[in-house]
Design a protein around this ligand. Structure first.
Ligand code: AP5
Ligand code: MG
Length: 194
């Protein structure tokens, strides 16, 4: 397996660059946000719980999120065999520890964490624009501010966590989408060679 975590604040381009990574490396994409939004659209029990957190810009509790991830990995052994792009997970240190354990059980690990770094003003502009264009429910000013607070307080500590493991690759996430992808590819190709 070749496992990549795509990491960054709301609106930093995780989903956009994941698409490029799928095309380049044939990896399986797990976007926890998309999984949760699908449950909300189908009005499942999980969807009802997720809705109450997402609409407030808060994180779904770790235990629940880890169970969802384990399910996704176990249910898709063929698809995940080459490796996975984790988009939106982990978001807390306990989630990162759980991911290490889940992959260890498969004899694997996180190979690289790609951190898309973009300043907050640009993030807000991008998200509000997408909110106007697509109507995504959590893309409004009030929720965006909460999502950014949650990111800085609960998720950003993971940068140190993965830096200390020598896995964090900082990428400037502003500018041309294809140029950003070139920088990601340059880093990941090196990781793959080692
Ligand atoms: P999630 O869906 O993961 O949302 P997010 O982290 O807030 O990130 P986004 O999807 O908004 O942005 P992105 O980084 O994917 O950027 P994108 O490529 O779309 O999570 C939603 C919610 O679910 C969370 O708030 C939480 O409640 C819950 N949740 C999910 N995972 C969880 C977990 N593990 N634990 C607990 N709770 C969890 O780009 C954004 C926009 O910018 C797009 O319009 C795009 O076209 C544009 N864009 C991209 N790149 C560029 C560029 N270089 N220049 C200009 N525009 C660009
Ligand atoms: Mg996304």
């Amino acid at each position: 397996m070749f496992n990549v975590v795509i990491f960054g604040a709301p609106g930093s381009g995780k989903g956009t660059q994941s698409q490029n990574l799928i095309d380049e490396y044939g990896l399986y994409h797990i976007s926890t946000g998309e999984v949760l939004r699908d449950h909300i659209a189908r009005n499942t029990e999980l969807g009802k719980i997720a809705q109450s957190y997402i609409s407030q810009g808060q994180l779904i509790p770790d235990d629940l999120m880890v169970d969802i991830l384990e399910d996704l990995l176990d249910k898709n052994p063929k698809e995940t065999a080459k490796g996975v792009i984790f988009d939106g997970f982990p978001r807390t240190v306990p989630q990162a520890r759980a991911l290490t354990e889940m992959l260890e059980k498969k004899g694997s690990k996180v190979h690289a964490v790609v951190g898309l770094e973009v300043n907050d003003d640009e993030l807000v502009d991008r998200i509000l624009k997408r909110g106007r264009e697509t109507g995504r429910a959590d893309d409004n000013l009030e929720t965006v501010k909460k999502r950014l607070d949650v990111y800085h307080n609960q998720t950003l500590p993971l940068r140190d966590f993965y830096t200390s493991e020598g896995k964090y690759h900082a990428i400037n996430g502003s500018g041309d989408v294809s140029k950003i992808f070139e920088s990601i590819k340059e880093r990941l190709d090196k990781v793959k060679q080692n």
